[in-house]
Design a protein around this ligand. Structure first.
Ligand SMILES: *[C@@H]1O[C@H](CO)[C@@H](O)[C@H](O)[C@H]1NC(C)=O
Ligand SMILES: *[C@@H]1O[C@H](CO)[C@@H](O)[C@H](O)[C@H]1NC(C)=O
Length: 220
């Protein structure tokens, strides 16, 4: 008859009328000690389990959620210029929402970069360090100086073709280091990397399909 015996309860007598065990005092003491040890062990295990569940529930509630970033506006008007992006500015507006109820986020300085066919065509610092309170939406707006695309090169030819087609695929990236603030306790730093794919038209403005799209983020 397999049964689970709680070590804290007296075990049922398995005595057999024909074969009654004769326990000496030392064997009784030994068995009581064993039972006591088992009882303490199971109590400790139960406490550990309850503690684990409490920590897990706290972690579920306090665990930081990553910020949500959406590209609201983007314009690189210099793209239509035959000289490419040289001496022009790229402007953008990314909405950055902290979805956490109780966790604030500290951002270090933020750097923006624009790539055309994996070639860097503009970069610069776009935000000074800032603190974002819980449930807050901050607009990250700024301007980046465009870089010169050498005339006569393959890239310039590809760009001219894309401008003529009215679809210029760009990648806009934001990078920063963030720290979550849970009440008075700060977490360590995470390197935040945001990637927005954006298609601009011949005038350099983001096409509607590229607006208000969520930008994936990575921690590196
Ligand atoms: C950025 O976009 C948000 C959302 O569309 C808007 O509320 C905000 O006014 C914009 N900020 C600037 C500076 O354009
Ligand atoms: C978000 O936080 C910033 C900085 O603390 C503040 O200036 C801004 O008003 C806040 N926005 C909202 C919608 O609460």
């Amino acid at each position: 008859m397999p049964m689970f015996h709680s070590p804290c309860l007296p075990t049922q007598s398995r005595s057999n009328p024909h074969h009654r065990p004769r326990l000496t005092a030392s064997r009784i003491r030994e068995s009581l000690t064993t039972r006591f040890t088992k009882c303490v062990c199971s109590l400790l295990l139960t406490l550990l389990l309850i503690g684990g569940i409490v920590v897990f529930v706290l972690w579920l509630n306090l665990r930081p959620h990553r910020p949500h970033l959406h590209l609201a506006e983007f314009a690189a008007p210099g793209l239509a210029d035959p000289a490419g992006l040289a001496d022009s500015v790229i402007s953008f507006n990314v909405t950055d929402r902290n979805p956490n109820q109780k966790i604030g986020i500290y951002y270090d300085a933020m750097v923006g970069s624009v790539y055309y066919r994996d070639r860097l065509v503009g970069s610069g610092q776009v935000m000074f360090p800032f603190y974002q309170p819980p449930k807050n939406t901050t607009a990250i707006t700024g301007q980046i100086a465009g870089a010169r695309i050498a005339a006569g090169g393959t890239l310039a030819a590809q760009l001219a073709g894309d401008v003529a087609r009215g679809r210029i695929p760009l990648r806009f990236e934001l990078g920063s280091t963030i720290r979550f603030k849970v009440k008075t306790w700060d977490t360590h730093r995470h390197h935040l990397h945001v990637e927005c794919d954006v298609v601009v038209g011949s005038d350099g403005s983001a096409l509607p399909e590229s607006k208000n799209k969520r930008c994936p983020i990575y921690f590196i």
